[in-house]
Every structure is written in structure tokens, then in C-alpha cells.
Write a protein that binds this ligand. Structure first.
Ligand code: MF3
Ligand code: CO
Ligand code: CO
Length: 251
């Protein structure tokens, strides 16, 4: 069941959305060789609390931290850890989901660590960002779900990369993950029509090698099966009742 939001509710969702953007801006200068992923968690947790928000990931189905930090071959749901120190040349996705006024805002970016990131890691990261932008550009009142996945798949596969199947975007609101699921692969012109009042994430995970993933023994950390790199970007998008498309996780 898709929960459609009123314009007033979408306006309320800006607060969490804009705060997610602010977190991702403020965390950027922290990300350098020598810091631990736990230090990222500490910053996200304390800054969100200070501003009166809640970190949705903490205790979500047992997730133990306030943010996901996914380094190199980690596709998503990486768990911050004080022993995991970032190194020159790593890429790291930071995925934040603050709650304000009962509504979730969900966004992530992949950052380059230091100056020595390999050309392929840079190209993959840039490609994931472009996939998100191309996917958002397909969205309008009456567009098809498959248009989103098609745009992503065409761009990623065109560059020799692959699109993760096991994790999808999602409807979002008072609930973190709600209907519909938003696959990042698919066929143009197929699938349900997107309509006014829908609020959902698009969060393509693009792999350097094969799209297949496996989950580690911690039951959260998803990694590429072939051990190659993965990059991701995410925004929360709304279709307002005047038909305009708003990226809630931008200022
Ligand atoms: N923020 C992730 C998403 O984009 C979900 C993280 S669930 C958690 O949907 F429990 F790992 F935090
Ligand atoms: Co999400
Ligand atoms: Co997210």
C-alpha cells in the first residue's frame, strides 16, 4: 500500500530532508585518511541530537549505529567501527536518515578519501552520482517506475559497470521503508505510474564488477561478491500536488 502525502506533509518532510543534506555537507571535511568510521558515527549522532532530531538507523531492526558507513567493496549497511580507520585512496558512502517532526529524510553520498583515489574508483563514484541525477530527471506525475531503473542501468552498464539488484529505493514518510520499492534496473515505460503525493528515495548502488552481493556474518554489511568496488548516492524525492518534483534532501 502506497501512502500518498498531502502538500502540507511534503512541506513538513523538508525539515528532515534539508537536515540530511546538512549532515552530508558537515561530515565531508571530517573524511580524511586516519579517522575511524566510528568518528563519523559520533559526529552524525551528536549533531543530530543537538538539533533535536533522531537517527533512524539506530536500533532499526537491530542496526547498532546511527549511520551507515560503507567503504570500498561494501555496497551498503556498513557498520561504523572504531577499529576501521580510513586510508588514502578509499571511497566511503555515508548514508544518513534523520527524523524530524515524525518524518524521515534519507540521503547518502560517496566521498573520496585523500588525494590518491584510483581513476576507476573516481569514475565509478562519478557514474553513481550521474545515475542518480539521470534517474531523478525521469520523474514526473505520470512517469513509470521502470523509467527510473532504465535510466540508471543504461548509464551504468554503458560505462562497463553494473547495477545492484538486491537493494532498492523505497517509499518514505513517517515510516523509514514503505511501498513502493524502487528498483535501480528495469525497462522504460514499464511498471506503476508515479503520481502526485508520492515520496520515495532513489539510491543506486553501482558496482565496478558483477552486481552480485553477499551479506557478512554481522548480518548487515553487504559486500560485492567479487570484492570489487561499489559506490552509491541517494536522495529523497517528492511529487507535489502541483505536479512539481522536489528533491527534499537538497537545501
Ligand atoms: N539508509 C538506508 C537506506 O537508504 C537504510 C539503512 S537501514 C539501517 O534505505 F538499519 F542499516 F540503518
Ligand atoms: Co533509503
Ligand atoms: Co539511506
Amino acid at each position: 500500500m502506497i501512502v500518498l502525502k498531502s502538500d502540507a506533509e511534503i512541506t513538513s518532510m523538508r525539515k528532515a530532508g534539508h537536515f540530511a543534506w546538512e549532515l552530508l555537507e558537515k561530515v565531508e571535511p571530517l573524511i580524511r585518511p586516519g579517522i575511524s568510521t566510528q568518528e563519523i558515527d559520533n559526529f552524525i549522532a551528536s549533531y543530530t541530537k543537538e538539533r533535536g532530531g533522531i537517527c533512524a538507523p539506530l536500533n532499526y531492526h537491530g542496526f547498532p549505529k546511527s549511520v551507515c558507513t560503507s567503504v570500498n567493496e561494501v555496497v551498503c549497511h556498513g557498520i561504523p567501527n572504531r577499529k576501521h580507520i580510513l586510508r588514502e585512496g578509499d571511497i566511503i558512502n555515508v548514508d544518513v536518515t534523520p527524523i524530524f517532526d515524525g518524518f524521515h529524510g534519507d540521503s547518502s553520498r560517496t566521498y573520496l578519501v585523500g588525494e590518491k583515489v584510483s581513476p576507476v574508483a573516481r569514475k565509478l563514484t562519478e557514474c553513481a552520482k550521474q545515475c542518480l541525477d539521470l534517474a531523478i530527471a525521469t520523474v514526473f506525475d505520470g512517469s513509470r517506475l521502470g523509467d527510473i531503473g532504465h535510466a540508471i542501468q543504461k548509464h551504468a552498464e554503458g560505462q562497463g559497470f553494473s547495477v545492484v539488484r538486491a537493494f532498492v529505493g523505497h517509499g518514505i514518510g513517517r515510516v523509514f521503508h514503505e511501498d513502493p520499492q524502487i528498483p535501480h534496473y528495469g525497462q522504460a515505460g514499464k511498471g506503476i505510474r508515479l503520481t502526485k503525493g508520492m515520496v520515495f528515495t532513489i539510491e543506486p548502488m553501482i558496482n565496478e564488477g558483477h552486481w552480485d552481493c553477499r551479506v557478512l556474518a554481522d548480518r548487515w554489511t553487504a559486500v560485492t561478491k567479487d570484492g570489487k568496488l561499489s559506490a552509491q548516492f541517494e536522495h529523497t524525492i517528492a511529487i507535489r500536488h502541483d505536479g512539481s518534483v522536489e528533491i527534499l534532501t537538497l537545501p
